[in-house]
Design a protein around this ligand. Structure first.
Ligand SMILES: Cc1ncc(C[n+]2csc(CCOP(=O)(O)OP(=O)(O)O)c2C)c(N)n1
Ligand code: SF4
Length: 310
């Protein structure tokens, strides 16, 4: 297991770029993750933010919680707007010879990233823009009332895939956005989780230094949509990682590296039974999820043990 603590002293700052007083629900893991992301990015940043929870809670007119340059974009075009900003900065540099080192960042929820904005994201990654894309994955369209997305996990109950007599809730498996981003042959891809502040800051800091596109996928605990107590936010993210449901890893120039590898994973039951969205699952369904988690976890481990060119 790699230790990330060596990077910490350099990264943590008292400065906040998301002001307190925003309107996120109490215990929101997504705004916590956003706060860490902004700390690691620093002031010389321009953010293109898709519609979604983080936009809604941070910008009720005439107020704003943002202390960096920020543009609210449509649901579908955060990455396209970021591409335009990055190209504009390049043009200014050509004209004036020098401009400040400004990093362009696009961000959105899982709906904005894996579903509605996927085409714009794919285009921006393929064109090789120098930017970071951050997906805050709370596993549903939370801002508009917990509708399922392609990132909603198998078995979760949502308002558009509800559990009941004829349905067990979501019946498809979570889309693997990290693999999709890596398939664009970009220099840096990583997964992280709102319960791991140093891991988030380390990976964002690393992405900031990359020339070209980076993609960071952050599992962001949402007590409102996951139906768990707001005091359990940190615990829930840790359980996702410790059960292997959401492994933390990096893909650097195509090479996988698992950041936390537990010799013995906790049973997925510990994670599933702690959340109301999985309350209805039968023992057989939990066993099916357990099996899938182990298969996917072993895949990442196997890819991590492979050296480049083999
Ligand atoms: C094209 C389009 N369709 C639907 C909406 C309505 N809408 C706004 S935010 C949102 C949900 C956002 O979900 P997600 O991207 O997962 O972010 P979260 O709110 O969960 O953080 C929806 C459906 C919209 N603004 N534009
Ligand atoms: S609905 Fe979930 S993600 Fe959105 S602000 Fe509330 S806790 Fe955060």
């Amino acid at each position: 297991m790699e230790t990330l603590s060596v990077y910490v002293p350099k990264l943590v700052t008292n400065k906040e770029y998301i002001a307190s007083g925003h309107r996120a629900c109490s215990g929101c893991g997504e705004v916590l993750a956003l706060r860490y992301v902004c700390k690691a990015l620093g002031r010389n940043t321009i953010i293109s933010n898709a519609t979604g929870c983080m936009e809604i809670i941070s910008s009720p007119l005439p107020e704003t919680a943002w202390e960096v340059s920020w543009i609210h974009t449509l649901f579908e075009n955060a990455a396209a707007v970021a591409s335009g900003i990055e190209s504009g900065l390049k043009a200014l540099k050509r004209k004036h010879g020098y401009i400040k080192d400004v990093k362009v960042v696009a961000m959105g929820g899982d709906g904005a990233t894996a579903d509605i904005g996927l085409q714009a994201l794919s285009g921006a990654l393929e064109r090789g823009h120098d930017f970071i894309y951050v997906c805050f994955d709370n596993e549903a369209y939370m801002n508009t009332g917990i509708q399922r997305s392609s990132e909603t996990p198998f078995g979760a109950s949502t308002t558009t895939a509800p559990s009941g007599k004829v349905s067990m809730g979501q019946h498809t498996w979570k889309k693997n956005m990290a693999a999709i981003a890596a398939a664009h042959n970009i220099p840096y891809v990583a997964t992280s989780c709102s319960s791991y502040p140093f891991d988030i800051m380390y990976k964002i800091e690393k992405a900031r230094k990359v020339k070209g596109p980076s993609y960071i996928h952050i599992l962001s605990v949402c007590p409102t949509g996951w139906r768990c107590p707001s005091s359990d936010t940190i615990k829930m993210g840790r359980l996702a990682v410790e059960t292997g449901v959401f492994p933390l890893y990096e893909i650097e120039n195509g090479e996988y590296k698992m950041n936390f590898d537990y010799p013995k994973l906790r049973p997925v039951e510990d994670y599933l039974t702690a959340q109301g969205r999985f309350r209805h699952l039968t023992k057989e369904q939990i066993a099916e999820i357990q099996q899938k988690v182990i298969v996917e976890y072993e895949k990442i481990k196997m890819l991590s043990s492979r050296k480049k060119g083999k």
